[in-house]
Design a protein around this ligand. Sequence first.
Ligand code: 5AD
Length: 477
Amino acid sequence: MPSVFIKTYGCQMNERDSEAVAAQLLAKGYSLAPDENVADVVLLNTCSVRDLAEQKALWKMSALAGLARKAGRQPVLGFMGCMAQSRGQQLVETLPDVDLVLGTQKFHRAAEYLDELLAGRRKKIVDTDAEAGSQATIREHLLSGGAGKKSVTAFVSIMQGCNQHCTFCIVPATRGEERSRTIPDVVTECRELVGRGLREVTLLGQIVTSYGKRDYPLKEGKSAFVQLIEAVHEIEGLERIRFTSPHPKGYGDDLIEAFGRLPKLVEAAHLPLQSGADRLLKLMHRGYTRERYLTIIEKLRRVKPEMGVSTDIIVGFPGETEADFEETLSLCRQVEFDQAYVFKYSPRKDTPAAAMDGQVSAEVIEERHLRLLTLVNELAGRKYDALIGSTVEILVEGPSRRNPARYEGRTRSNKIVVFPGGERHRGQLLELRIERTGSFTLYGDPAVIGMDDVDDDKTPLEPPTPELNLVSAEKHQ
Ligand code: 5AD
């Protein structure tokens, strides 16, 4: 049977879509290729949020096609996801080696289309049509934590699309209108996952706080999203619930109160800020003011003082003055985010902001990006350092991605903790004492778990490998 290699760019939703396509193909008898250069099928799951992400996928496809030709191979090459959706037919016209273009509502048809192409029944397939009910079609899971080991945590897609229409954002065009799965459908999927040993779920969507608005009326003052969280919370054996990506205005009092009431809902809140200046927030069509934003964070911290607060910020939105930018800096100083992803504004096709006056020069964007990144990293670094000496609860996910000789898990507030653990700790909730910090990483003290618990084949105290600084604009590539 043919082998497939899938490379993913962009957000967690893309990771989830790729995983579901891989699971679908495995169920049809495909195998997963160890490397893109030996695969019979290579699929690039693309991101359109910024131009750089699109360019990377385009370069990658040209390189893949070139290498295959040189080696005398003819793999089936395909684009899927957001850039496939926004560029469609144009992709096969400009890159003649591309055989398949699969839009964001068509992931569930990947196997059927690949069968057609591999059998030579069709030469090229481009399908970017809308499909009713497609929000409920991404349900297969791979559930492999690597090397045949069980996963501990999984993404569950609860809705697709976004109706917010922020003026900089291409997502409403690539993911379409908001469509939600039903509460029983999501609960069934989560229950199945827990039945297969998972302990944590992350509820996913482009704007999860708008989940089910049209389908489920308010119940006792609770939004559809809070009703969903409550239903998932009932699942026995599930330990933790996360969600992403929310909109700040979606943190109503019902959701804030849920953090205090529902113990499985962890203390981690992502609130994409975008700008600290009211003038820009309005131009961006964000639907909140600086003051409202600060009030939400204050309320969240009142309910849960240990809340991990993260954000996304864009620098260089059209018309951004030095004074506007300084308002963003001052807001960051005031809030002290645990993590902030800083993006350089990138004009996107058919978005209102791309046609606005006052486009900011690349030099200014570069300079502001560096200044903001320096500030948010320094503030976050202090927050991490303040945890030294404290005891945290982590859910162990598996070997550390930075140093496979160690194990890692995440705190409830979404901070990665690396510790000298063993395979037996996978899936366990462990209390660890934080002994030191690295770049956006905490290092746990093995004394608390007891050296006896450490696998003998691991070196417990070997120094960590140098880490990459993960907080940059690289998240969505
Ligand atoms: N340019 C730069 N950053 C963008 N984002 C979305 N659209 C753009 C754009 N055109 C960022 C926002 C969003 C994150 C996912 O990507 O900060 O929250």
